[in-house]
Design a protein around this ligand. Structure first.
Ligand SMILES: C[S@@+](CC[C@H](N)C(=O)[O-])C[C@H]1O[C@@H](n2cnc3c(N)ncnc32)[C@H](O)[C@@H]1O
Length: 281
């Protein structure tokens, strides 16, 4: 089940989750919600968007906490999940890659989107599991609440967005191949998908393949999520690792031990574009 809620709670009228009633609740813009969720004719003729292979094994998809993700995220967490250095690197990346006036989907979002404040976008649609967090996010025009581990279909028409973002959350996806396939479908040709992450996580909710992987392995995992979908460009890897302090004095050693000189969060992003050319079998 999915709920689509305009960001201004005053506009929210609970309605049955059918496409027509959802469209009725949306006042400010037409979010291109798909009625049929079928691919369009062009996509049918080409193999673009096809999932070529599964990346994860059954075991790799498992979580230590097997209870519902909706329950885990039932209470809002108004915290930032990464440090200021990570956020400023990410915001700079967005500044470079996201066009003003474009349409953006922030997948697995919360009360912050880390978008550059000075840039105006045509619309930003958020997605996540906690409605209270999403309602507080000042960048979102609208948002949807949906558990992507229960159902991967996104309620948007083909080619709806110029960019899709997924920040410090990819490790929680148990069906990443299908989610990346859906992102491909809702992206416009030439649109970008930016997946960023660090080394932090809700350990019990991260999939086993992520928990057990090295930093290099995690980057490769995300690269493979892109590569398993026909039609994404060769993924680009962006890394910014914390500087290791040179200072070997006993005082610095003690400070580090006490956590007072801790290194900042490592930054990783994997970026890929939806190919302009259709891919034929
Ligand atoms: C660590 S938070 C990151 C939030 C946000 N992207 C940020 O940068 O602060 C992880 C997010 O993933 C989302 N999430 C986790 N499991 C999910 C699932 N099964 N389906 C949809 N969203 C999920 C939650 O809504 C949560 O806000």
């Amino acid at each position: 089940m999915v709920t689509i809620i305009p960001q201004n709670p005053k506009l929210w009228r609970p309605s049955p989750p059918t496409s027509s009633s959802l469209l009725f609740t949306v006042k400010k813009f037409h979010p291109k919600i798909s009625n049929t969720l079928n691919n369009n004719d062009e996509t049918k003729q080409s193999s673009a968007g096809k999932i070529k292979r599964e990346v994860l094994t059954k075991e790799g998809r498992t979580k230590l906490n097997i209870y519902s993700d909706r329950d885990f995220y039932a209470y809002p967490r108004f915290v930032t999940h990464v440090d200021d250095g990570f956020i400023s690197t990410l915001t700079n990346l967005y500044r470079q890659r996201l066009r003003p006036d474009s349409e953006i989907l922030d997948l697995m979002s919360s009360w912050v989107s880390h978008l550059p404040q000075e840039v105006v976008f045509e619309r930003v649609v958020g997605h996540g599991l906690n409605a209270q967090e999403l309602a507080k996010n000042p960048r979102l025009d609208y948002f949807i609440v949906k558990d992507l581990n229960q159902e991967q279909k996104l309620e948007f028409e083909d080619c709806s967005f110029d960019a899709v973002l997924c920040t410090v959350s990819v490790q929680y996806l148990q069906q990443p191949e299908k989610v990346f396939g859906e992102v491909f479908r809702v992206l416009k040709p030439g649109g970008v998908f930016i997946v960023s992450f660090s080394n932090r996580m809700f350990y019990e909710k991260a999939i086993s393949a992520w928990r057990e992987g090295s930093a290099y392995g995690r980057v490769q995992l995300v690269v493979q999520y892109f590569q398993c979908v026909e039609g994404f460009t060769q993924p680009e890897i962006i890394r910014k690792l914390p500087d290791v302090p040179d200072d070997k004095s006993p005082f610095s050693g003690l400070m580090r031990l006490l956590g007072l000189l801790s290194a900042s969060d490592p930054f990783y992003a994997v970026v890929s574009y939806k190919n302009f050319k259709p891919v034929y079998e």
